[in-house]
Ligand binder design. Structure first.
Ligand code: NAP
Ligand code: GDD
Length: 354
């Protein structure tokens, strides 16, 4: 067991919740930041049984990446050994609508944290982890993507994350900080936000399976992603931060699948065989057994610019840190569908008995 103190920004998010549980298991004292919201936003922490208690090892604090003083104050008071900057406006599609805010939170937010560490005289002993992303590669022509592949971000989200990426490298070189980037490819779980494509699909499949809905409306069926499991990702994040030398690491499975394949696999979990008919916006996914239309394309989910293909090359992280993903694509999809069906059934039962 270790007796370190970690500060996680964005602990109420998918990765933040899993990372908090992972570090607590290792014996860390964990401080997480949350935002004020008009409705409770800690359901993921609740699902993992993470409740702050007096005298306990898990603590929650209000802070916002756009509020530099809130971060400075926390770092000064907590003197963490490790800072994991996971907070972000993480929705690529939404970043086209709130571009300036996305830059402030995802780009400047990282600068606020790095500056706080430097100004507090902690640069030589704090370890800093930056949640960088495969969105940095954008619509570049090269794949599989590795640490040497040129960045060509093509969304406000991706461009903002580029600021955070290079700031992390700059503080490493300029101030000898142990500051690392994890260039993470998409990773999912039952705790994934419902607006991301995987969870949107598994919720729809669960609702169709329980007779709550007829059809899934979807955007670009042909986009391809390297989808791993968030639990594997947080293990990689920790290994990056523990490494003697700071650096930049791709965390990926090395496999890529289309949105179409994800949908087929998710429907297969409820015994439905999806057949595709038509083209472009008229394409439909039909249940071969029943003839019912289960998937339709809706152009409102298209983006102004799209990242067509992500497939990571995790050779460096395997070689240097011995990390590799454990949970397969098939296991991931099955776990997500089963979790959504179980949750929905529990809700329906609760409604019937109340
Ligand atoms: P997520 O579920 O959307 O969680 C984001 C977290 O950031 C939430 O706790 C959110 O708070 C918080 N947050 C948002 N804006 C904030 C602000 N201005 N100040 C403080 N906190 C703020 O994202 P995730 O999937 O866990 O991803 C974690 C990080 O990894 C993000 O930086 C994301 O960009 C990056 N990343 C994710 C993936 C992926 O596939 N999941 C891949 C590569 C990189 P609320 O709960 O209140 O919204
Ligand atoms: N969200 C969504 N909704 N995406 C759809 C839909 C839909 O109805 N239909 C098709 N897609 C396509 C998107 O156009 C995109 O090509 C792909 O599905 C994945 O979209 P998301 O699940 O929203 O994730 P993302 O790849 O844009 O971004 C996620 O991964 C990044 C790492 O590559 C986020 O977690 C980012 O924060 C992360 O950095």
């Amino acid at each position: 067991m270790v007796s370190k103190t970690a500060l996680i920004t964005g602990v109420t998010g998918q990765d933040g919740a899993y990372l908090a549980a992972y570090l607590l298991e290792k014996g860390y004292t964990v401080h997480g930041t949350m935002r004020r919201s008009s409705a409770p936003n800690h359901y993921r922490l609740d699902r993992l049984g993470l409740t702050p208690q007096v005298g306990g090892a898990f603590h929650l604090h209000y802070a916002d990446l756009t509020d530099a003083m809130s971060l400075m104050r926390l770092i000064a008071a907590l003197k963490p050994d490790e800072i994991y900057n996971l907070a972000a406006q993480s929705d690529v599609a939404v970043s086209f609508s709130v571009a300036a805010y996305t830059h402030q939170a995802n780009g400047l937010g990282a600068v606020h944290l790095l500056e706080a560490v430097r100004h507090l005289g902690m640069a030589s002993h704090v370890r800093y982890y930056q949640a960088s992303t495969s969105e940095l590669y954008g619509d570049g022509p090269v794949w599989p993507q590795n640490e040497e592949t040129p960045f060509r971000p093509c969304s406000p989200y991706g461009v903002a994350k580029l600021t955070a990426y290079w700031s992390t490298v700059n503080y490493r070189h300029g101030y000898q900080m142990h500051a690392s980037n994890g260039i993470l490819f998409n990773h999912e779980s039952p705790l994934r936000g419902p607006n991301f494509v995987t969870r949107k699909v598994t919720i729809a499949v669960a609702e169709i399976a329980t007779g709550q809905r007829e059809c899934l409306m979807i955007g670009n069926l042909n986009a391809k992603r390297d989808w791993g499991h968030a639990k594997d990702s947080v293990d990689g994040i920790w290994h990056i931060t523990q490494h003697k030398e700071p650096g930049d690491y791709v965390l990926a499975t090395g496999e890529t699948h289309s949105v179409r394949e994800f949908i087929e696999r998710a429907f297969a979990c409820i015994g439905a065989d999806i057949q595709w008919q038509g083209e472009g916006v008229h394409e439909q996914g039909i249940d071969r057994k029943t003839g019912k239309v289960r998937v339709q394309v809706d152009p409102q989910f298209f983006r102004p610019t799209e990242v067509p293909l992500l497939c990571g090359d995790p050779s460096k992280v395997r070689r240097e840190l011995g990390w590799q993903h454990r949970i397969s694509f098939e296991q991931l999809v099955t776990e997500m569908v089963e979790s959504d069906i179980a949750q929905l059934k529990a809700q329906l039962t609760a409604q019937l008995t109340s």
